[in-house]
Write a protein that binds this ligand. Structure first.
Ligand code: GH3
Ligand code: MG
Ligand code: MG
Length: 418
């Protein structure tokens, strides 16, 4: 009998998840209202079931209302968030919260009626209306917290767990555990509900989350090949399973990056540079600038064409990038000019870095004719050469000019050639 109950329990979960996911999936042609209204209707069903309907499963007495439908609703809210964004998902979260409060309020008013007994002898269930009181308010409050927390947790987990399904499962399991503890404590204190009921309900919620995560994984597979799921933003690439915030961050990371070399671009230099200088100076550290300009690069373009020139520039950028530390800031300042900002680095150290760079480029980067590409380099250091990014840039630039004028393929610092 317990196993039969378990079978029916699983069928309920599959039916609920599949139909609700279909509503969510076809939200463009159907309108999102279909999904949201269904979520609200199911919410009433689950509240009713949680109050009156319990079944015996192999691991305890559970309410399908709370373990399948309540757990399912939270997972649906999370899926809506993944598919859309915070502005959208906030609508059902607020709606459920306010709708529940309205239900409680109306239930109180209804009890003022002198209700009649129906012809079949069925009396109005005033007890049920009465129960829709404080317990319901508490449940509603937890639901509100759950819905926000599951989204925040899912976002946070993104830093540690790449797999979307795993994140879905972990967030669900953690939030439903919290929910079970929060709701059960009150049941236990107010109504003396015994401990086994806690564990039965908890296991059932975890079982439902596992099942939902499996179904979610299947759905993602189907979803990836389905034109209906196209978001209104028309981003149909790898960002598909990412949340709106993650998509936004990915776009931000792409902004400020030079398309050819993949290094930061000039705008990023202007955005991050002053801050880097300020931070180092605040900590009484030196910060150095190394400006690198490819020698006779115009000739490379003129002789071999722009495309071959681009390839050489890419190689040059890769070579420079290899020597940059994580705390440094390397950007493409302009055509064939690069700026490396070295945090916590004094002038002597920066000259050594620059000289090593120059030698690396000479040894590793070749032009299409097989000759070595050479670079000229200017170095300046804050605070001695000035305390702002612009000041050290103009010093470094002057020294770069000196390097060019003195024959190229060399590093110039404060005291001339290195
Ligand atoms: P030098 O610095 O040694 O004085 O000579 P140069 O020929 O490198 O000097 P200049 O600054 O006058 O010319 C830079 C050249 O770099 C101009 C342009 O042909 C080339 N260049 C700038 N940006 C790009 C780019 O994105 N792709 C390619 N292929 N070439 C570029
Ligand atoms: Mg130049
Ligand atoms: Mg040049």
């Amino acid at each position: 009998m317990h196993w039969l109950n378990l079978g029916v329990f699983l069928i309920e979960a599959v039916v609920y998840f599949s139909v609700m996911t279909a509503f969510l999936h076809f939200r463009r042609p159907l309108g999102l209202g279909v999904f949201l209204a269904a979520l609200g209707v199911m919410h009433f069903m689950e509240t009713y079931l949680a109050a009156v309907f319990y079944v015996q499963l192999p691991f305890g007495t559970v309410s399908p209302g709370s373990s399948i439908f309540f757990a399912g609703k939270l997972m649906m809210i999370l899926m809506l968030y993944i598919k859309e964004d915070a502005a959208t998902v906030r609508q059902p979260i607020y709606g459920l919260f306010l709708g529940n409060l309205l239900t409680v309020g109306i239930a109180q008013i209804l009890q003022l009626h002198a209700a009649v007994t129906l012809p079949g002898g069925r009396a109005a269930d005033m007890g049920f209306l009465d129960e829709m009181g404080w317990l319901m308010v508490w449940g509603t409050t937890i639901l509100y917290i759950d819905a926000i927390a599951i989204i925040l947790l899912y976002e946070r987990l993104g830093r540690f767990v790449e797999n979307v399904v795993l994140r879905f499962a972990i967030s669900g399991a953690m939030i439903l555990t919290f929910d079970q503890v929060a709701f059960f404590s009150v049941l236990h204190i107010l109504l003396g509900v015994p401990l086994p009921v806690f564990f039965g309900g908890w296991y059932a919620k975890l079982l439902a989350v596992m099942l939902y995560s499996g179904l979610f994984a299947i759905y993602l597979r189907i979803d990836q090949n389905d034109p209906w799921s196209a978001s209104s933003r028309q981003i149909k690439d790898i960002f598909h399973d990412l949340t709106f915030r993650e998509r936004y961050q990915a776009l931000l990371a792409k902004a400020g990056v030079d398309g050819l070399t993949g290094l930061f671009d000039r705008s990023r230099y202007e955005m991050d540079g002053p801050e880097l200088v300020r931070k180092c100076l605040a900590m009484r550290q030196s910060v150095s600038m190394v400006i690198v300009d490819a020698d006779h690069f115009k000739e490379v373009n003129d002789r071999f064409g722009h495309q071959r020139g681009d390839a050489v520039l890419k190689d040059l950028a890769t070579c420079l990038n290899r020597s940059a530390r994580a705390s440094d800031h390397l950007s493409r300042f302009g055509g064939e000019e690069f700026v490396l900002l070295l945090s916590d680095t004094d002038h002597e150290k920066a000259l050594e870095v620059a000289e090593r760079l120059r030698q690396d480029v000479g040894a590793n980067i070749t032009r299409p004719d097989g000759a070595s590409l050479t670079v000229s380099v200017g170095v300046a250091t804050a605070p001695e050469d000035g305390r702002t990014l612009d000041l050290i840039l103009s010093r470094a630039d002057e020294r770069l000019y000196q390097a060019k004028n003195n024959g190229r393929d060399r590093v110039h610092g404060r005291h001339g050639k290195f």
